[in-house]
Design a protein around this ligand. Sequence first.
Ligand code: GLC
Length: 705
Amino acid sequence: MKLFSCLAIVALFCSCSAEPVYKDPNASIDKRVEDLLHRMTLEEKILQVNQFVVGENSNDNNVIGAGREFNYEIGSLIYLCDNPVLANEIQRKAVEQTRLGIPILFGQDVIHGFRTLFPIPLAQACSWNIGLVEESCQIAASEAYSAGVRWTFSPMVDIARDPRWGRVMEGYGEDPYAASCYCRAAVHGYQGDSVANDGRIAACLKHFVGYGASEAGLDYVHTEISDQTLWDTYLQPFNAGVQQGALTVMSAFNTLSGIPASGNRHTLTDILRGKLGFEGFVVSDWDAVKQLIIQGMCEDDADATKTAIEAGVDMDMVDYLYLNNLESLIVSGNLDMDVLDEAVRRILRVKFTMGLFEHPYTDEKNPEEVFLLPRNKEVAKQLAEESIVLLKNRDAILPLSADARISFAGELGKSNGNLCGNWPCCGLPSDNSPLLETLKQSFHHLSESSADSDIVICCIGQESDKTGENHSFSNIDLPSDQVSMVRELKSRGKKIVALLMNGRPLALGEVEPFCDAILDVWHLGTMASEAIVATLSGESNPSGKLAMTFPYSSGQIPVYYNRRPRSRQGTQGFYEDVTTDPLYCFGYGLSYSSFDYSDIELSSSECDVDGTITAKVTVSNTSEVDGKEAVLWFIQDPVSKITRPVRELRHFEKRLIPAGETRSFEFEIVPSRDLSFVDADGNPYLETGVFNVMAGEKTATFRVR
Ligand code: GLC
């Protein structure tokens, strides 16, 4: 008996002095979550599903009074700073001065870099360099992490086919397959193999779902998307990101076929969790819960709160509706505690997965130890160079010799802020080298006046702050003053090298004939000037190819490559007033090299539906200049009861091909992966029969039996 009572006393002592399970890093995450959840009061649970803001917002659509108070038991903060000291001060109060010590999750819009800025995502999508895009996200994560930011509201993977919509700059263009590949790369770049490792941050797939289909290119509006298109176009990159392990998703502002995305249980729960298997948490977009009232779905704050959390929005961004309404909804019995518990559970699970309880604080290093490191700038320059798209090069005027007599025109090129791009996060225009100064370092005869020059470098396009959220334009034609500038310079017998600085496709139909060369240099980030000058001088050979179609004129919108066949061919079904062809199609891009494609060889003329078939093309660099070539592989299923687009990108590979040499590129086609489609319920759909595979201008045909 004595021994037993001793053991009981020891056990009692251990249980009293032992750490709670949720603080035990060796306990399973599920056990830690359940232990903590059951210790939390209703107030603590409600605070956990709220997010507020610290710092001044660079997104002028969401200005919020600085210095507003918040409770340190809040679940998350949008941390608009690059200062780890302040982050640690706040975090210390949360972890050491609250009852349960739950760390705050600090998030920010790290869209294309934190302090070292990379090209805007739409430009990156033209690089077809998946590895470099992933590395840029890893660098962005490392810089953000060093500032105390552990969560980025990125990648934005809204498929967009309407350049009137300002947010096309934030995404990866018009193609679901390409966007899916970039999404996987971004998620892995941010989160790595284990998001608990130093320098890794949680990704956020946004904006779920269909935001890119915003009617008439306006923002915050209705989207009319069929179930079929929802699955075969808009959900594809989100599915890729979920399978890659993205820890969070952000619900969108748009209404989806009548039901707001942030109150849409079918998409947020049935599809996102039921069909795609998402296990992280969903944060609303800014004020999106409150906006359910304005959108006409809910009658008041309590209704909007109940609707959003029951639909599957786990965390409320900034509008405090969850903070102010959940208690009364629960106490009155209008909302089950289980719903709140599940939202809290998902948030806690992400925090434990990220190791936030073990490592809530950030090393307080000096900025020069962590930001703008040589490697960061080297990757930023290379990605900028590979994002540049050569659209025209009449008589091979580019590259320019160092002794060319050139001059410079166009206000757009004189602003470092423009070079950076919108959503600049903590990037500073002063980090950029001015373009004019950088040009002077490479070209000996550069004057501001065109009178002393043979060639004029003309900066045309659109300011970076005219792209991004809430920057819709009914007309994407180039401003008339820019067209006049180019025409006038041409009339004086000058050669025109246009540098297109843009965050969206622009209609260049009117100005194109006057340009001898057009380089799309987008908004390329911190190393924009160096990349532009390296390309003009030939140090870098442009290799970008468009990830979004450029209309000939605004009236063609929407125009995109992967359209379904029209019902009449020949001379019917065309505009009467302008060409029906876009100015530059998806996948278009020139090089200083010239590449010849062989015919496509197939390993067989047919394969079983569960077999494989390999397509091969050899590409020869027939020029005297080493160059990189991205081979884009498309498939076509000409006959299918769910009709298929005339072309669908299904594989791509980019490689350096030295001058005069030939390289072979292969595409191993697995029908269930590369030829299948989806039906209106999101189920894989594949019919046997004839298929075409295309690369360059070549096509080969095979049969799936
Ligand atoms: C904005 C954007 C969203 C962003 C969020 C936080 O309104 O829609 O993309 O992540 O608010 O800044």
